[in-house]
Write a protein that binds this ligand. Structure first.
Ligand code: ZN
Length: 162
């Protein structure tokens, strides 16, 4: 199992780098990321969350699909918004509603090196946007209004720092 980088670590605020080659190590990392995600009951995990600043995340949203997304790009997003309660394996114990575009068009490379394009809606759309944010160094608490963000961060600190 891979160790998950948690809130407060500077890595989580940094941008991930593009992946130029899909190597055996990349494939091993992907498999370990799925194992780590399932073990922690997550539906998405970005490479930076296991300490690798590379443009890769995995998602598996029940009934919506399982994807490996390398160098993803959100090519289009709807004006229509939706709200889901979000959590993050890097901010354990904390959750909040987040508003995001309801539908997105995402382009990415899969683990076999194939270029793909999918439309996502519902929870899959939110999950992909949450993971995509990780690649940009953005956490879901950064998407909240400043007051709620402070509240959630102090809640987290109280919970995890004695
Ligand atoms: Zn997250």
């Amino acid at each position: 199992m891979l160790k998950i980088v948690t809130f407060g670590d500077k890595l989580l605020t940094q941008k991930s780098e593009l992946i130029t080659d899909i190597t055996k190590e990349t494939i091993n990392l992907i498999n370990e990321m799925f194992d780590t995600m399932y073990y922690n009951n997550g539906i998405g995990l970005a490479a930076v969350q296991v300490g690798q600043l590379i443009n890769l995340f995995v998602v598996d949203v029940p009934d919506h699909g399982k994807y490996v997304m390398i160098n993803p790009k959100i090519a289009d997003k709807s004006l229509e918004k939706q709200i889901y309660e979000e959590g993050c394996l890097s901010i354990p114990g904390i959750g909040n509603e987040v508003e995001r575009p309801a539908n997105i068009l995402v382009e990415f490379t899969d683990e076999k090196g194939k270029n793909k394009k999918i439309e996502a809606s519902g929870l899959l759309s939110t999950c992909i946007q949450h993971e995509y944010d990780h690649l940009e160094g953005i956490l879901f608490v950064d998407r909240l209004n400043p007051e709620d963000k402070l509240k959630k961060i102090s809640e987290y600190r109280k919970m995890h720092i004695v």
